[in-house]
Write a protein that binds this ligand. Structure first.
Ligand code: MF3
Ligand code: CO
Length: 250
């Protein structure tokens, strides 16, 4: 599949998918506290998404068993919610969710503190979010994809963090994953030229230690190889001739 330019009608639908997902994330963020299980987060998320008249896009995607990916501490992404996984004070938790509104997708992730966390963990969460905003400064018609990728990497590495290379962002639209791939690290080639109407999910995954990751035996959960903390921040964005529009953020 090649990179598509969305029509005004498609953009409107993606705006609504994004608005709803932003609201879902805000409500999920308010539910995060010591004592909640990762399964309860998933159940709340699914209820919220369906309550807005959307379909949770992750549910059954390639066999993924839940609506919200809930990844704790050294889990990078795609953690599987479980009733016995209880969040405790000092944890960090990444929530990744996607919704479908009238056939169009949005995809976004946030990392939250559980109660009070170490200042180093706060900084990891903040820098991961900032690396997204640093990247999208270059997300503009006429620039190249690698401008975004390089900027994310350069920013996160200034803090000595490991930028995950085994998973990447992606185009998004009538499918959750469309072309192009959106790496969070510099490529040898400058990549496609960005055009107004492209929609991308930009999603830095940043480790406090090394960039190396491994897959658990559940075939989903991605963890840091060195056991260090990992944070994730993602939004669905629309490329324009000027500033990008962040569809999944209020
Ligand atoms: N946001 C994730 C991504 O872009 C989606 C999780 S994959 C799923 O890859 F299987 F969990 F849905
Ligand atoms: Co994504």
């Amino acid at each position: 599949m090649s990179v598509t330019i969305k029509s005004q009608r498609e953009i409107e639908l993606m705006r609504e998918a994004g608005r709803i997902l932003a609201a879902v994330h805000e409500e999920l963020g308010q539910a995060i506290r010591p004592g909640i299980s990762t399964l309860e987060i998933d159940q709340l998320g699914e209820k919220l998404i369906r309550g807005y008249g959307c379909i949770p896009s992750f549910k059954d995607y390639n066999g993924y068993p839940a609506s919200i990916c809930v990844s704790v501490n050294d889990e990078v992404v795609h953690g599987i919610p479980h009733k016995d996984r209880i969040l405790k004070e000092g944890d960090i938790v990444s929530l990744d969710a996607g919704v479908i509104w009238h056939g169009y997708h949005s995809d976004a992730a946030r990392t939250h503190a559980v109660g009070t966390i170490r200042p180093e963990a706060e900084r990891l969460i903040r820098v991961t979010r900032e690396s997204f905003f640093e990247g999208i400064r270059y997300a503009k018609a006429g620039n190249h994809l690698n401008d975004i990728s390089s900027a994310v990497q350069a920013y996160a590495q200034r803090f000595g963090y490991g930028v995950v290379r085994d998973l990447v962002g992606h185009g998004i639209g009538s499918h959750l994953h469309e072309d192009p791939e959106v790496p969070n690290f510099a490529q040898k080639r400058r990549g496609i030229r960005l055009q107004a109407g492209m929609t991308l999910a930009v999603e830095p995954m940043i480790n406090m230690g090394s960039a190396a990751v491994a897959w658990l035996d559940d075939d989903w959960t991605v963890v840091t190889m060195d056991g260090s903390l990992s944070a994730h921040y993602e939004n669905t964005i629309l490329i324009t001739e000027g500033e990008p529009e962040i569809l999944s953020l209020r």
